[in-house]
Unconditional design. Sequence first.
Lengths: 393, 393
Amino acid sequence: MFNKKLVEGLGKSSMIRAMFEEGARLKKIYGDDKVYDFSLGNPEVEPPAEVIDTLKKYVNSGEQGLHKYMNNAGFPDVRQKVAAYLQEKSGVSLDENNIIMVCGAAAGLNVTLKALLNPGEEVMVLAPFFVEYGTYIGQAGGETVIVNTIKDSFQIDVDAVEKAITDKTKAIIINSPNNPTGVVYSEKTLREVAEVIHRKEKEYNINILVISDEPYTQLVYDGVTVPSVFNTFKNSVIVTSFSKSLALPGERIGYIAIHPDAEDSDLLVDGMILSNRILGFVNAPSLFQKVIAECLEEKINTELYRERRDFLYNHLIDLGFPCIKPKGAFYLFPKAPIEDDIKFVNRALKYNILLVPGTGFGCPGHIRISYSVDMSVIRRSIPAFRALAKEFY
Amino acid sequence: MFNKKLVEGLGKSSMIRAMFEEGARLKKIYGDDKVYDFSLGNPEVEPPAEVIDTLKKYVNSGEQGLHKYMNNAGFPDVRQKVAAYLQEKSGVSLDENNIIMVCGAAAGLNVTLKALLNPGEEVMVLAPFFVEYGTYIGQAGGETVIVNTIKDSFQIDVDAVEKAITDKTKAIIINSPNNPTGVVYSEKTLREVAEVIHRKEKEYNINILVISDEPYTQLVYDGVTVPSVFNTFKNSVIVTSFSKSLALPGERIGYIAIHPDAEDSDLLVDGMILSNRILGFVNAPSLFQKVIAECLEEKINTELYRERRDFLYNHLIDLGFPCIKPKGAFYLFPKAPIEDDIKFVNRALKYNILLVPGTGFGCPGHIRISYSVDMSVIRRSIPAFRALAKEFY
């Protein structure tokens, strides 16, 4: 038998896969335009024109060496540009030695955890959270410690964080704007978390690394800016990708930035570069390293997403779904009208609506609605949501 | 402290890193053209014109969706093209469900091992071998069992393979043409290995997967063709990349092909697709999936490499270095004139020659010379090799 744990995982995920298959079946019967698929967290738009133009420039240039191996950390000139960009944003002094180019944020998280963890060490995650964090932590030999955020607001519960820190705590993963809630953690809360961490580090004589998973930082609305983690936490790394901000999810391009004042930062960087190689990533794709280095200030048109958020949010509230108005990302995370979110998601299928149960994010009783979906689909879905709501409210 | 095993690994590799640093120091002092760097296994040429033209075609086409997420296994049309290509090559019936696009061969091996292994199960490797196999196997929870090839010929020692199979043997990794020896395993030997495997599978009531790591299959000389693993082993997978054959090492693009008659092949494929996602690879870079699908019949000009092999091989033989004439890849693996290959590699530095000790491939007493180096460098290096040889012969 193959990897038993993995085969069990295949079994477990079969419920969600069954739902996707049900979605495909519905589309066949009723037509694509009669099925409302809010299940996927993928950018629905094309990359900004500047990205496509830069890509064309490189490909048509005849420049040599665009597809070659480089240092496992990435091209030095690319890392330098990323460092300069982040320095300007955060005010923290950075150079290319603080940057490692990686194959997307999932790669960056695996590389970071591999470099960091010894068997049994603990990494804290804040529920609701992207469920594969637990898998990544396990792969690196660590234990996942789940701490709930505050009910309804989904802001960090600082007391709960304090209570969950033990002498084995090695890191905490922060994801703001958050998948699945769209919530942006406030600067005040982050400063309180920093205080708690300092206190506990002294108490236990440990170091706790803050790992900030930031793929949605550029996707914020209503004039919100995401507080710089580098300004709040010295012992921190930023892991991010251009999947969402430049709509390049298929190209697997991102970076890790290591705070210059992080504990033993040189050793951590060396460990991450080695991890990048031995985990099999080797290096971030070379051509797209060059492309993103010239597009660091670009982002997709967030106005399109804001419009969809507002439209769908307003309708959901009208229909009676309790929901936080998210400040970032492209998800709504309303409360389900019944406790059993899986049952509710299955009920929604009756109306050709595809959702993801909150259970999949460590937060039962809620549902995730991705509004990275064409506006026409969102408009057409409202009568279906209305009919669904009528069953419960 | 960070991951202790990894930090130790950093310490261990520091000897080789020190050599590279010494190389950089030598280049600074004597100039690039006075230092003969044979240490790197990287294609020294640019991709074939057809690859660059196909890349331009896609980038300039304005086609939508080139940079989006797709199924974790890769674009269906790309997988179909790879399947058709491999079917024609091997005569084995294949469709897109037998192909998973991956971020290069290193990714493919990690994905395969993760899907396959339970803790403590054994994977056989044939020394000399690419040393990171052991790391990949360990990451997937397995144990590496090293079996030496036949002295001097580096062909598979079938008896030794038979003796090393236990009831815990789950797979054997074959790498032909081989890094570091350049040897191509003969069809006769592979058939004998197949017989041994069948016998032992019955004896222990186990299944042994043959994992064929094939990045160098296209780089063969003297009219040699590499026997198709699919024709010899039913329970087999091919893992390969376009890093060497299309000189695209920076782009991280390759595939896994699963034999349709492999044990539980559907479940194995599902496990690999899930592994691709949870290990953080997610999918192979999207644009280059499209590009390679139209360049499967292309390869770099191997005549350039053959010329370098012949020139360097003939000189090394003349100078007294015992060496197999390799039929593939771009490495020579002569015997060092002293048992201590690390000492010899350090001695070579005196003549500004950079080599890799065989110890790094589980085969002490030898040295690896990569001839993926400009012909002018190879020519200029001969007097240095002569002076080095004079110290020993």
